[in-house]
Design a protein around this ligand. Structure first.
Ligand SMILES: Cc1cc2nc3c(=O)[nH]c(=O)nc-3n(C[C@H](O)[C@H](O)[C@H](O)COP(=O)(O)OP(=O)(O)OC[C@H]3O[C@@H](n4cnc5c(N)ncnc54)[C@H](O)[C@@H]3O)c2cc1C
Length: 470
């Protein structure tokens, strides 16, 4: 059924410099496709902004017509909040510019940039800042939820490197948030997601890196998984911050350095990253090979930008995905046993359980310094339920949920909002822990009507309802 609009999309088209797409337009279906193929929604209008000036027009149009607003950066969010049914999708896929000032070591980044757009631009100057491990992820959603990756041990979360952000607020003001101006808002957007306004530019500080780093994979047989994880736990306690190692349990992809008969069988993988002196790195990673009897390895010097793309082939868009995640301050024996037990029953070749190491600089930031509150988390564990056919939905979702529940007793409080699915809204307040009440106050100040609610929502209404029920 056609939606009745008080302002027509034709008049919106005249106001914006970018494009407005509607159902039936040639590019509409491509524009509404996001990373997780489980999400299939049809916005009334997709506003592909050409610059920051288009954003207030899109918000005004949505407000005047009583339509929901979704905001798309890289379209990777597992919950699929970047796209809405019958609402207005503010789409930044045409705003990907990354400007680097090598003298001040600053990057000015438009919100449609992917991690690859960002890494490539800053690496042209031998610079980097911590971002995620899959290069097609959007910088916008990743940053607003916290952001971590290979460099987090050394330089903290992505938000710990954010200097300022330019936003358009719910009442259409264009403002800057930084340590100097609108400090409350700056605190809130460092972890509080897209709850407070639409970011039109991020400013990051940068660090010298590479361009070559030492990185790669070591693959062990699955029957040694527990032993590998125990050794891993011990090893990372004293590993320098320049060294990061993530542990992954999954069925082996057809990697050319693995014997063919291993392909498709469960394995334990160590993903290794070292950003210091190469020779020193070789010495540091040598003990990893003795965690078990490796089936194969592929480690060597390579450009940082190449390593940032290494996992892209396993994380292509178009598959069905259901994720669950926990934070850990330590990896108890019971947690490792549970991981190994569930990894032995993975229902699809694309499922995996990974343990990302973030211990280091991020833990030194006080919990109340930013909205992101997982400052005690030393590991982030994610279970990727991932499969191709709808017929497997129930089996793969159940497996992910059951594992998540079984390992929960060993997890620390909180959680990472960027890994939460749509059915986890009840976890949001716990994810922010002691910071949630301040987030509610700032939400009331900047978006009292909750027009930015398609996100892991800081929901004033839910809090008021709870108060009334009491
Ligand atoms: C394959 C894969 C790998 C990942 N790896 C990592 C990782 O290594 N480290 C990590 O920290 N996370 C990782 N993530 C999680 C990732 O950080 C989140 O999915 C994040 O939301 C992606 O951002 P996006 O811009 O691509 O998403 P989108 O879906 O486009 O946006 C997500 C949400 O962010 C908000 N938003 C986006 N743009 C704006 C804006 N301009 N202004 C205001 N709000 C906005 C909106 O609420 C939107 O719904 C990964 C995700 C995937 C799918």
């Amino acid at each position: 059924m056609a939606i009745q609009l008080s302002e027509s999309t034709e008049s919106l088209m005249q106001k914006v410099k970018g494009k407005v797409l509607r159902s039936g337009d040639q590019a509409y279906d491509e524009a509404r496709r996001i990373w997780n193929a489980m999400i299939d929604r049809r916005p009334a209008a997709i506003v592909q902004c050409a610059d920051a000036e288009d954003v207030p027009n899109a918000i005004r149009f949505a407000r005047d017509n009583g339509l929901e607003i979704s905001i798309r950066g890289g379209g990777h969010n597992i919950a699929g909040y970047s796209i809405c049914d019958k609402g207005v999708m503010i789409d930044f896929s045409r705003m990907k510019n990354v400007r680097v000032d090598p003298k001040t070591r600053r990057a000015y980044v438009e919100p449609g940039a992917t991690l690859h757009d960002f890494d490539q631009a800053v690496q042209n100057h031998g610079l980097a800042t911590p971002v995620g491990i899959n290069s097609t992820t959007g910088i916008a959603g990743l940053t607003l939820g916290g952001g971590f990756g290979w460099l987090t041990r050394q330089y903290g979360m992505t938000i710990d490197n954010l200097i300022s952000a330019d936003l358009v607020t719910a009442d259409l003001r264009k403002i800057r948030a930084s340590e100097e101006t609108n400090q409350d808002l700056f605190w809130a957007i460092r972890g509080g997601g897209g709850n407070f306004g639409v970011v039109t530019q991020f400013e990051f500080k940068l660090h010298q890196l590479g361009p070559e780093i030492l990185a790669g994979l070591i693959v062990f047989p699955f029957h040694q998984a527990k032993q590998v994880l125990l050794n891993y736990r011990h090893f990372v306690e004293s590993a320098p911050l320049e060294l990061n190692v993530w542990a992954v349990l999954r069925k082996a992809p057809p990697l050319p350095f693995l014997p063919v008969d291993v392909h498709g069988r469960e394995v334990a993988i160590l993903a290794v990253f070292y950003s210091g002196d190469m020779r020193e790195g070789e010495n540091l990673i040598r003990p990893l090979r003795y965690f078990g009897d490796p089936l194969g390895e592929h480690i060597g010097p390579q450009p940082y930008v190449q390593w940032e793309q290494a996992f892209d082939p396993l994380l292509t868009p178009g598959a069905r995905n259901y994720w669950k995640s926990h934070n850990f301050t330590q990896l108890a024996d019971g947690a490792l046993d549970t991981m190994v037990a569930y990894a032995a029953t993975m229902p699809s070749p694309q499922c995996e359980i990974f343990v990302g190491l973030i211990a280091g600089a991020a833990n030194r930031v006080p919990v109340n310094a930013t909205a992101y509150s997982g400052r005690d988390a030393r590991f982030v564990m994610n279970v990727h339920g991932r499969w191709d056919n709808r017929s497997q939905d129930e089996e793969c979702i159940s497996w992910s949920r059951e594992f998540f529940k079984a390992v929960a007793p060993y997890a620390s409080a909180g959680g990472y909002v960027n890994f939460m699915t749509e059915d986890e809204s009840e976890r949001v307040s716990a994810a922010y822990g002691p910071n949630y009440s301040r987030l509610l106050k700032i939400k009331e100040q900047y978006d009292p009507e909750n027009i930015f609610h398609l996100n892991q929502n800081i929901n004033l209404g839910a809090t008021q309802e709870t108060r009334q029920r009491r």
